[in-house]
Design a protein around this ligand. Structure first.
Ligand code: NCD
Length: 338
C-alpha cells in the first residue's frame, strides 16, 4: 500500500510487505521511545486526536508518538465536548478539523464512521476504533508483540497456535488482529467464547479460506493447553443493548495464575489489548498474574508507541529522515523497562 498521505482505516489495506515495513521502522523508534535521543522531524506539524468514545492508551500513545517525533497535539474527548453534540455532521467536522491539522486520529462508536469522516477530510485519518468494526493500529502493535514474544522463544508467527478468548463478536481488536494474522501461514486458532459471542462469520470464513485451523471452545481450561499465545479480551459492554445483557457474559471466562499453571505449557505468552475489567464480577485476567514473566500486556502497550510512531512517520513521509533531526535529550531519564 502507499502510506504517504493516505488514510489507515482497515487491516484490509495491508499486505505482508507493508507490515514488515511498519515493524522495521517501529524498531528504529526504540531510542526515541526510550528517551535516549529526540527528533524534531515533525516540528510544526499538528495531530488532531478526536476521541468520541472512551480511551486511555490509544489516545495517549498516539499523542505521545506525535510529540516524540517533534509535533504538537490537539484533542477532543467525548461526543458531548464536540459540536457533534449540537447536531454537526461528520462531514462538516472533517472539513473543518482537517484545516487545522496535518493528521487526524479518530475513534467513534459507530461502525464505518471513521471511513465516512475520512472521505470529507483534507488530511490523512487513522481509524483508532469504529464501533465493533476495526482497530488497525491495535492489530499492528499486537502482531508486533506476538512476533517479538515468539522470536524470543525461538518460534515464529507462521505455524503458531493462538487462543483468542472472550468477546470475539464485538471485540474490534480481535477482528483486526484476525485479518492481520491471515497474512501469515498455517496458524492454528483456538476460539474460546460464549456461544453468543463468537467471532463474526465473515472473519471466521476468511481464516478458513486462508487455510488456518480453527477449534472452538466455551471453557477456558479446555482451549489453552497447547497454545503459544493466549489473547484475552474484555466483554465489550458498551456494544450490548443493556448493561444487564452484558452482565450475562462477564466472569464466564477468567484466566488466573492457578488456571494457567494447571493447563498451560510453560512459557505460554499472555496478551490483552487492555483495558482489562478488574471488577470482581468480570476479572477476565487476574492481577495475580502480574509478576508472571510471560504476561506481555505492558510490553504490548510499550510497543504501541513504537508502532504508532512508525505509522505516523510513514504517512507523513519522514521515516527516512528521522535521524537528520536528532538531538540529545536535556533531562535525566529514569525510565525502566517493562
Ligand atoms: C480496545 C478497544 O478500544 O477496542 N482497547 C484499546 O484500544 N486498547 C479493547 C477494549 O476496549 O476492550
Amino acid at each position: 500500500m502507499e502510506f504517504l498521505g493516505n488514510h489507515i482505516l482497515s487491516i484490509d489495506q495491508f499486505d505482508k510487505d507493508d507490515i514488515v515495513k511498519v515493524f522495521l521502522i517501529a524498531e528504529k523508534m526504540i531510542p526515541y521511545a526510550n528517551r535516549e535521543k529526540k527528533t524534531r522531524v515533525l516540528q510544526g506539524a499538528i495531530l488532531s486526536n478526536m476521541f468520541f468514545e472512551a480511551s486511555t492508551r490509544t489516545r495517549i500513545s498516539f499523542g505521545s508518538a506525535f510529540n516524540l517525533l517533534g509535533g504538537e497535539v490537539r484533542e477532543t474527548t467525548g461526543i458531548e465536548a464536540s459540536s457533534l453534540a449540537k447536531g454537526e455532521s461528520l462531514y462538516d467536522t472533517a472539513r473543518v478539523l482537517s484545516g487545522y491539522s496535518d493528521l487526524i486520529v479518530m475513534r467513534h462508536p459507530e461502525k464505518n464512521s471513521v471511513q465516512e469522516f475520512s472521505e470529507a477530510s483534507r488530511v490523512p485519518v487513522i481509524n483508532a476504533g469504529d464501533g465493533e468494526n476495526e482497530h488497525p493500529s491495535q492489530a499492528l502493535l499486537d502482531l508486533f508483540t506476538i512476533k517479538l514474544e515468539l522470536e524470543s522463544k525461538g518460534k515464529s508467527i507462521d505455524g503458531s497456535n493462538i487462543a483468542l478468548v472472550g468477546d470475539l463478536k464485538f471485540g474490534r481488536a480481535v477482528h483486526s488482529l484476525c485479518k492481520a494474522l491471515n497474512l501469515f501461514e498455517n496458524i492454528s486458532f483456538n476460539l474460546i467464547s460464549p456461544e453468543q459471542l463468537k467471532l463474526p462469520p465473515e472473519i471466521r470464513q476468511d481464516l478458513v479460506y486462508n487455510g488456518m485451523k480453527i477449534n472452538e471452545f466455551n471453557s477456558i481450561e479446555s482451549g489453552i493447553g497447547d497454545v503459544d499465545i493466549i489473547y484475552v479480551t474484555r466483554v465489550q459492554e458498551e456494544r450490548f443493548d443493556s448493561p444487564k445483557e452484558a452482565n450475562k457474559y462477564k466472569g464466564l471466562l477468567k484466566l488466573n495464575q492457578n488456571i494457567y499453571t494447571e493447563n498451560c505449557e510453560p512459557n505460554t505468552v499472555i496478551m490483552h489489548p487492555l483495558p482489562r475489567d478488574s471488577r470482581p464480577d468480570a476479572n477476565e485476567l487476574d492481577t495475580d498474574m502480574n509478576e508472571n514473566p510471560n504476561l506481555a500486556i505492558y510490553r504490548q502497550t510499550d510497543n504501541g508507541l513504537l508502532v504508532r510512531m512508525a505509522l505516523i512517520s510513514l504517512i507523513l513521509g519522514v521515516d527516512q529522515t528521522l535521524s537528520d533531526y536528532d538531538e540529545d535529550i536535556s533531562w535525566v531519564s529514569s525510565k525502566k523497562s517493562n
